[in-house]
Design a protein around this ligand. Structure first.
Ligand code: GLA
Length: 675
């Protein structure tokens, strides 16, 4: 349980480094990450290396007891390399090169760039292998940031043909699996299949899905290249820093090659640029704990490997549409919240506000004149809070299933501009979190036997294997909630012969008779237990955007029916018992109240202890017998804990944007707010 910082010594005079290191140590910082954008300084001329400055920086930090995480500097190939090899540049779908002048301009499939990567990574690994202070590496930086997972250059076109050749038996197999008779799209060779470049109408959904798989696989491969070289030189850890709510990269697959999964958390930016709805003032000050939390739980995964926040927002930032100052204490709160979700270290990005370049409007822990900023005080506080806290891994009773393939397939044909796969999944996640339970966000093929309940918001692509995995879970007593659009497609993004939920139909005991979508502001509702919306009798629940008319099998129970004109009286949510467990199928995008109703029923049948329904912005996280209480609102929160429970951090009263840690189970706490 510790904190760290991202540091760019190359931006500051060498005479200052000693002071920086002393101030870091004084703050209680343990880890310092460096060098992710430093290629042009490490190799100013082709083949002529200058590692001396980095050696000095590492030594100074080590002298102050700090541990160093270095980065492979490949996110920013230097100008001389681009001039020599312009073919390393990525291209937009229309062929326009993504030129030098910012970052992430290289293509993952460029043979030349892979060769250059091997060269610089090997040099660095060799050089630092015997330096004790260097404890680990971050590969590159934020793979895919700035929409760069998907490239459309000639190298990618060639690599895509090869990827298809390795995936399908022959071109007829591809034609069959994709279904290319439609609009005369048959191919005669793998070479003839181009990347999805600009076309008059939309692309074939199977083509899109495979291109998106291919593009993600290219990053997985490229990351492995770094990891293998680094591991050849020492047994330091290999990590990568992923991003929040990030669609285009299968981070589960990249993580298979990592020792440590980390991600970069910027709560006040995320509520503005990757979430629907207008953020409240409190959210502009501290973000949305469930939006941040879902990423923590995704990157924590299920394995016992630790996870970190490699970049934590340090104050105001430069890239969202608006850049409010975080609430007083928010930088401390975020680190606590992350730790409650299982993070073993939280590193603030960056040490000091930079005086040059694109990120001058981005805060650091120190201001550009070197004096302490608001984040420095918060980082110092949380380092002190956590210095004595020792906690094992999170043991979540609930899994939320997520597969990037499903995200890409739904995005290729959302069938409503508002149908955002991740946002839909977050509806269920939010409901679980509001009941105070820890959730693992995991791949559907994960071993589910240790979970009491599983929520699968949208397992869109299905086959028998996936269905039998879930069947086994339910047969042995698991409680499953399957959401809308599950089983609607086969793994190639084609409708299967059978009606949705396709391979899951027997398990769910239901067929989808019709589906329809509506603008988000159209009021739709369902009634639970026979209540009617029009009666206003309290049994009506708001739903939106997506609506399926269900046809349950005779033994399947109907939990809710539609109450909206044409669909009135049609089943909308069902439950089917098989073996020792049961499957709820929810054919609508539930509002918060219906999601709570469904999730509460699921958790109670599964025997999972819950809290009362927590207000938005107040969350609890149990980790190894300790409960973190996080207040993302500006109002105070009271914590009524059992008399023998000790507060390890804070006390019974949390101020706005405050956190506490108490030795007690969440279900034994009573949280009070003004509402
Ligand atoms: C990302 C990057 C950093 C920096 C920050 C700014 O997370 O990894 O290099 O650009 O955003 O918030």
């Amino acid at each position: 349980m510790t904190v760290g910082v991202c540091y760019f010594p190359e931006h500051w005079p060498r005479e200052r480094w000693e002071t920086d290191a002393a101030q870091m140590a004084e703050a209680g910082i343990e880890y310092v990450r460096m060098a992710e954008f430093s290629w042009a300084v490490l190799e100013p001329e082709p083949g002529s290396y200058d590692f001396e400055w980095l050696d000095d920086a590492v030594e100074i930090l080590a002298d102050h007891g700090l541990k160093v995480v270095l980065c492979t500097p490949t996110a920013t190939p230097p100008k001389w390399l681009v001039d020599r090899h312009p073919e390393i540049l990525q291209a937009d779908p229309d062929g326009t090169p993504r030129r030098f002048g910012s970052r992430r301009h290289y293509c993952f499939n460029s043979p030349v760039y892979r060769q250059e990567t091997r060269r610089i990574v090997s040099k660095l690994a060799e050089h630092y292998a015997d330096v004790d202070a260097v404890v680990g590496w971050q590969t590159d930086n934020e793979f895919g940031c700035h929409h760069t997972v998907r490239c459309y250059c000639e190298d990618c076109a060639a690599a895509f043909s090869e990827w298809l050749r390795a995936t399908y038996d022959d071109i007829d197999d591809l034609n069959e699996k994709w279904g290319t008779t439609f609009w005369s799209q048959r191919y005669r060779s793998f070479e003839a299949v181009d990347p999805p470049r600009p076309t008059p109408a939309e692309h074939h959904p199977s083509h899109l899905l495979d291109y998106h798989r291919f593009a993600s696989d290219s990053v997985v491969d490229y990351n492995r290249l770094h990891a293998d070289i680094l591991r050849d030189h020492d047994d330091w850890f290999v990590a990568h820093n992923f991003m929040g709510d990030f669609e285009t990269l299968d981070t589960h697959a990249v993580a298979d090659d990592l020792d440590l999964v980390t991600w970069d958390s910027y709560p006040t930016g995320f509520v503005q640029d990757r979430r629907t709805g207008t953020p409240s003032m409190d959210e502009l000050r501290a973000g949305d704990p469930d939006q941040v939390g879902m990423n923590h739980d995704l990157y924590r995964g299920t394995n016992d490997a630790p996870f970190w926040v490699m970049e934590q927002q340090p104050g105001d930032v430069n890239w969202p549409p608006h850049c409010p100052q975080p609430g007083e204490g928010a930088m401390r709160l975020w680190a606590h919240h992350a730790t409650g979700h299982g993070a073993d270290a939280v590193l603030y990005f960056r040490w000091r506000r930079c005086r040059e370049g694109q990120e001058q409007y981005h805060a650091g822990l120190r201001k550009q004149d070197g004096s302490a900023d608001r984040g420095y005080r918060d980082a110092t506080d949380v380092a002190a809070d956590l210095s004595d806290v020792d906690s094992d891994h999170v043991d979540a009773p609930v899994a939320l299933l997520h597969d990037y393939d499903d995200w890409w397939a739904v995005s290729a044909q959302p069938h409503a501009p508002e149908f955002d796969y991740w946002e839909h999944a977050r509806t269920y996640y939010r409901a679980l979190r509001a009941r105070g339970v820890q959730v693992d966000v995991v791949h559907p093929e994960t071993d589910l036997s240790d979970y009491a309940a599983v929520v699968a918001p949208s397992l869109h692509l299905a086959d028998d294997e996936r269905a039998s995995h879930l069947r086994e879970f339910v047969a042995s007593g698991g409680e499953l909630l399957l959401g809308a659009r599950s089983g609607a497609k086969d793994p190639y993004n084609k409708l299967p012969d059978e009606l949705a939920p396709g391979a899951f139909a027997d398990l769910a005991g239901v067929r989808v008779d019709q589906h329809e979508s509506f603008p988000a502001d159209v009021d739709l509702s369902v009634a639970v237990d026979g209540g009617r919306a029009a009666d206003g009798n309290g049994d009506a629940y708001a739903v939106s955007v997506w609506s399926e008319w269900l046809d349950p099998a005779p033994e399947t129970e109907t939990l809710a029916t539609h109450t909206t004109d044409l669909a009135d009286g049609t089943p909308a949510v069902t439950r089917n018992v098989t073996g020792d467990g049961s499957t709820v199928y929810c054919g609508v995008w539930p509002g918060a109240d219906l999601a709570d109703e469904l999730v509460s029923g699921l958790l109670s049948r599964a025997g999972v202890e819950t809290t009362h329904r927590l207000p938005d912005g107040v969350r609890v996280n149990e980790r190894d017998g300790l409960t973190w209480v996080s207040n993302f609102t500006s109002d105070p929160v009271s914590v009524d804990a059992p008399a023998d429970a000790t507060f390890v951090v804070g006390d019974e009263t949390l101020d706005g944007f405050d956190a506490a840690v108490v030795e007690s189970a969440p279900a034994d706490l009573e949280l009070g707010t003004d509402d």
